[in-house]
Write a protein that binds this ligand. Structure first.
Ligand code: C5P
Length: 437
């Protein structure tokens, strides 16, 4: 079901409707009164699978809200106005759209669109946080041009990004790859991992800090040392966590990647910057995933000027970079789950197990980057997820999105375990963090 509320961005819902239809979805459109002032009902009636229902009181259907609520596999509201977020957060239903939202048991995603001042109003922020904590996906807003020539945070996410998120949520529901395509009959292609799919939104209200990409360590103003990490796995992890309801911060050294919608993105270049940004944020995180390929060595001295070829081959001393993962473990707060990645080319699992013991992480994702198609730069990956008790889960070659799903399945297990342990001690750290709006 596609709900459209009254923002000028309602015109983008037309494109979203078209995209969903072209992917084979059955689209049931519902418009608020204000939405009808921005775009024509006839447009949606012509593009969608059925006409826009007249309203809660005027529809020929005796109970339009319960019919739509039951028929929908998913409800998307794009754009979602401040009023809509407020109504939903407070259980108010005074029109057909809010009535469906209250009546449905399907996953709900809202895509806010409003002026920056409105979005930053504490009431709106609290409403959005409340919705997230209940497992509703709040996608966006993003920054950019707003109505009336203004500029800033509050812009509706692009229809293609909404479509990606819909795919991700439906894939989670049906146990298919997050990048699986929606077939004509509305089902989602399976990814071959054999998973029946996790319950979606099991990370609602959980704060997740993820690192991605390969750091670049300068030699001089024009040269650097780096590695082949693309950041694709880290970005897939950020997308997966967002779709499952987490509040995600992505600290990334990756270049040229489309920012994952819904995550706060912090761009860094060097291991030093990555260390600073992660250490500043780790106390606010319930889960930390170190997917970045942090350089292990950097030039001991950065030359202020370009080293000239005419001066011959430079004699360049290297020094070790800080091990950020070990530092994070050092300051780990109770109940926090920390995940490391071990990219190896030989003796992969034994080496990953050794690293796991040395770094005292909850999960270590062993990644054989010598396997064709796995690891650096590829869209596919094959990993072994090793838990602290020695148990391991094998994820054979699949998409990075599916690997991300398997990693967060294991994270959810760790969170449940740590919350059980602290409940036994009379304290629930995961719960206290979820209750902070
Ligand atoms: O020991 P190794 O570098 O192979 O461990 C890999 C894990 O440690 C990854 O999760 C990586 O993000 C992290 N790491 C780090 N700081 C470094 C090097 C690696 O946090 N300087």
């Amino acid at each position: 079901m596609l709900g459209v509320s009254g923002s000028v961005a309602a015109y983008k819902a037309i494109e979203l409707c078209r995209l969903l239809m072209s992917e084979g979805a059955r689209v049931l459109p519902v418009m608020t009164e204000a939405a009808r002032r921005f775009v024509g009902e006839a447009t949606f009636s012509a593009l969608a699978s059925e006409p826009v229902p007249a309203g809660l009181w005027t529809s020929v259907d005796p109970s339009p809200h319960t019919r739509l609520a039951r028929e929908a596999d998913m409800v998307v509201v794009a754009p979602a106005t401040a009023r809509l977020l407020g109504a939903l957060a407070n259980g108010i239903c005074d029109d057909l759209l809010t009535a469906v939202l209250l009546a449905t048991r399907a996953p709900v995603m809202v895509c806010p669109a409003m002026h920056t001042e409105m979005w930053e109003n504490v009431a709106v922020m609290e409403n959005a946080a409340r919705l997230r904590s209940r497992g509703i996906v709040v996608l966006g807003p993003t920054s950019g041009p707003l109505a009336g020539g203004d500029e800033g945070l509050g812009r509706l996410v692009e229809p293609t990004a909404v479509l990606d998120a819909v795919r991700g949520i439906l894939a989670g529901l049906h146990g298919a790859a997050s990048d699986g395509t929606v077939a004509r009959d509305g089902t989602v292609a399976r990814d071959g991992t054999g998973s029946d799919g996790p319950a979606t939104r099991d990370l609602a209200g959980v704060r997740v800090l993820i690192s991605a990409g390969g750091t670049r360590e300068p030699i001089d103003p024009v040269r650097y040392i780096s590695n082949r990490s693309s950041g694709k796995q880290g970005y897939a992890l950020a997308r997966e966590a967002t779709v499952r309801g987490a509040d995600v911060v992505l600290v990334t050294a990756a270049e040229g990647m489309e920012p994952p919608v819904g995550s706060e993105v912090v761009a860094v270049e060097t291991s030093r910057e990555m260390e600073r940004e992660l250490m500043a944020r780790c106390q606010d995180a319930d889960v930390v995933v170190m997917a970045a390929a942090v350089a292990d060595f950097r030039p001991a001295r950065i030359q202020a000027q370009k080293i000239s070829k005419a001066d011959g081959v430079p004699d360049m001393a290297l020094e070790a970079t800080p091990d950020i993962l070990s530092e994070l473990v050092e300051v780990r707060r109770p109940g926090q789950v920390i995940v490391g990645f071990a990219a190896e080319t030989h003796d992969v699992v034994p080496r990953a197990r050794m690293k796991m013991a040395a770094k005292r992480v909850d999960l270590m994702v062993a990644n054989d980057v010598s396997v064709p198609g796995a690891g650096f730069g590829h869209d596919t990956n094959a990993v072994e997820i090793i838990a602290a008790d020695g148990a391991s889960t094998s994820v054979p070659m699949t998409t990075k999105a599916a690997v991300a799903r398997a990693v967060f399945d294991s994270v959810v297990d760790c969170l449940a375990k740590s919350s059980k342990e602290s409940a036994a001690r009379g304290k629930d750290p995961a719960k206290s963090s979820k209750e902070e709006f």
